[in-house]
Design a protein around this ligand. Structure first.
Ligand SMILES: C[S@@+](CC[C@H](N)C(=O)[O-])C[C@H]1O[C@@H](n2cnc3c(N)ncnc32)[C@H](O)[C@@H]1O
Length: 203
């Protein structure tokens, strides 16, 4: 069997489908699969998307939550696409407090994080940075989710994996890990799906 070239690997069926369906990125199909399995995004839901550029998860979420829903996204870099009705914050998740992102909404029903570090190719460094982003996403979810809320976070498998999953288990009724079909086989990324937020402990 012939080995796929770099271009063919990048331009796989998910990439081609995303172009046909006018999504900003092929990663939309990872969210679609997770949403299909766990029914995350319901009409009217308030959704926060951490690391939202180029915007395909927000595009998908906008259709799923409909006109009564609310969308907030944050990324270090501005989006090139417009998501009608979404509030986009440009900045790092480390420089903003969760309640600032929630603003007048008060809280979210769903917090998503597809944040990825700028990879170096050095596995230990990339894993540590991914763990830092995941931990920050989980903290923001715990600060801003309404009771019963749902969280999805990308996490590279590495030494901190087990401890972070345990941390999520401390705040949610059910925690699962998923490797969606759209996630490249060679990638060490997985998605942690946490359902049934227990609510914040009283201060
Ligand atoms: C894989 S992309 C997200 C793709 C997005 N889900 C979509 O479907 O369009 C990861 C994003 O995380 C963002 N990111 C990484 N570190 C961040 C940080 N500290 N604060 C905010 N965004 C960050 C990057 O700028 C990048 O745009």
């Amino acid at each position: 069997m012939s080995k796929l070239g770099d271009r063919e690997k990048r331009h796989d069926r998910f990439y081609r489908r995303a172009r046909q369906e006018s999504y900003a990125a092929r990663s939309v199909y990872k969210l679609e699969e997770i949403d299909r399995r766990f029914r995350l995004l319901r009409p009217g839901a308030r959704v926060l998307d951490l690391g939202c550029r180029p915007g395909s998860w927000l595009q998908y979420a906008a259709r799923a939550v409909g006109p009564k829903g609310a969308l907030v996204g944050i990324d270090r870099t501005p989006l090139d696409v417009t998501i009608p009705g979404a509030r986009i914050v440009v900045g790092s998740v480390f420089d903003v407090a969760g309640p600032e992102l929630a603003g007048d909404l008060g809280g979210f029903d769903v917090v998503l994080s597809d944040m990825a570090p700028d990879t170096t190719g050095i596995r230990a460094i990339d894993q540590a940075r991914s763990e830092g982003l995941f931990e920050r996403a989980l903290d923001i979810a715990v600060e801003t989710l309404a009771p019963g809320g749902r969280f999805v976070g990308k996490l590279f498998q590495g030494p901190g994996w087990k401890a972070l999953i345990e941390r999520a288990r401390g705040s949610f009724r059910e925690v699962r890990t998923v490797k969606p079909e759209g996630s490249r086989k060679e990638s060490i990324e997985q998605y942690v799906v946490a359902l049934g937020f227990a609510g914040r402990s009283p201060a």
